[in-house]
Design a binder for this molecule. Structure first.
Ligand SMILES: [Zn+2]
Length: 338
């Protein structure tokens, strides 16, 4: 991140935009004061404006909020969340929200700089991963959920794909997602108390579906004959912890660059030893390095999506979080089953 322009310049721009947003916020705030009943939601006919940064959080917010909310997904589909930064227009969307939901765990470092002005405007902010049992990438390596083929010490301070020491992909563990949904309902109730019964009912239904997803994964995992998956980037650490998988990332081993020939050779060597039958790719990430590994191994590629955003094809098919989690499960069964 912050590639292209010097860090100081970018921070300067961001501070300027924050000030601009606060200025706009004064006007918006003024409007809101003149219409105190306008944001009542539900019965009053006006929906509660909610902004969620990434796709899975927006999907959950729509399912919990139902007809009472309008959810805007801040990051465009296909955007790489680890590299994204808000434009002035995006910042205005945040100021206009009643509730802003972001993932946290280092996924959206720009949020920290906007928090004071959001709070001063009375925008409620939810950090989805707060309080969850998160892991650092180094801990995942230590526990064996992630295998870096170049050996320990390679990881150093952080996974280079994420610019953060903490693994942010909590939504890929259905039981962590359940906790996020439970807190999301409480946050919606806080901004729209009149919708309490509705939010709780919807959240309960969503939590039941997530529990069902967990049962499907757990049942399949009992029949997996191997644990090792070669993936694009280290997004599946929490999934691995929950269901006993070990991910071998092809990308994220070095900043802003594809793995070198020696690293690729080590991944191929590892894959051969483990009897890997498929190499996983991500729909929104350049598959070149993964395809090279697959070609060397003489095996096909299969998609395994981190569901941080939807590809054009997934959008066309109107896929949602549950479709993609089940698609991932089917592909895992194919790769690891009989
Ligand atoms: Zn990631």
């Amino acid at each position: 991140m912050f590639s292209g322009k010097p860090l100081k310049f970018k921070i300067g721009v961001l501070i300027f935009l924050t000030a601009l947003g606060m200025l706009a916020g004064v006007f918006l705030g003024g409007c809101r004061q003149r219409n105190p009943g306008a944001a009542g939601g539900g019965a009053s006919g006006e929906r509660i404006p909610v902004v969620a940064t990434i796709y899975p959080l927006a999907d959950f917010a729509r399912l919990v909020g139902g007809e009472r909310v309008t959810v805007t997904q801040l990051l465009p589909q296909g955007a790489e969340p680890h590299e994204w930064e808000p434009s002035p227009k995006d910042i205005l969307k945040l100021y206009r929200a009643k509730l802003v939901i972001y993932n946290g765990a280092g996924l959206e470092p720009w949020v920290a700089r906007l928090l004071p002005s959001l709070r001063s405007k009375g925008v409620r902010v939810m950090e989805a991963t707060k309080g969850l049992p998160l892991l650092t990438f180094a801990e995942e390596e230590k526990e064996g959920w992630t295998i870096y083929v170049n050996g320990s010490g390679q990881l150093q301070e952080k996974d280079e794909m994420h610019h953060t020491p903490v693994d942010p992909h909590a939504w890929l563990d259905p039981l962590l997602a359940r906790e996020i949904v439970s807190r999301m309902a409480k946050e919606l109730i806080a901004v729209d108390p009149a919708g309490k019964v509705d939010y709780m009912r919807r959240a309960q239904a969503l939590q039941n579906r997530l529990a069902g997803l967990d049962r499907a994964y757990a049942a399949a995992a009992r029949n997996f004959r191997r644990k090792e998956i070669i993936v694009s980037h280290a997004a599946f650490g929490y999934l691995g912890r929950r269901y006993g998988l070990r991910q071998v990332p092809v990308l994220g081993l070095a900043p802003e660059q594809e793995p070198d020939a020696a690293t690729l050779a080590k991944i191929v060597d590892y894959g051969r030893k483990q009897g890997i039958r498929y190499v996983f790719t991500e729909p929104t990430v350049n598959p070149r390095a993964s395809e090279t590994v697959a070609r060397e191994l003489g095996v096909p590629v299969l998609p395994l999506t981190p569901i941080d955003s939807l590809s054009p094809q997934e959008r066309e098919r109107r896929s949602d979080y549950f479709d993609l989690m089940l698609q991932n499960l089917n592909n895992l069964k194919k790769a690891l089953g009989e």
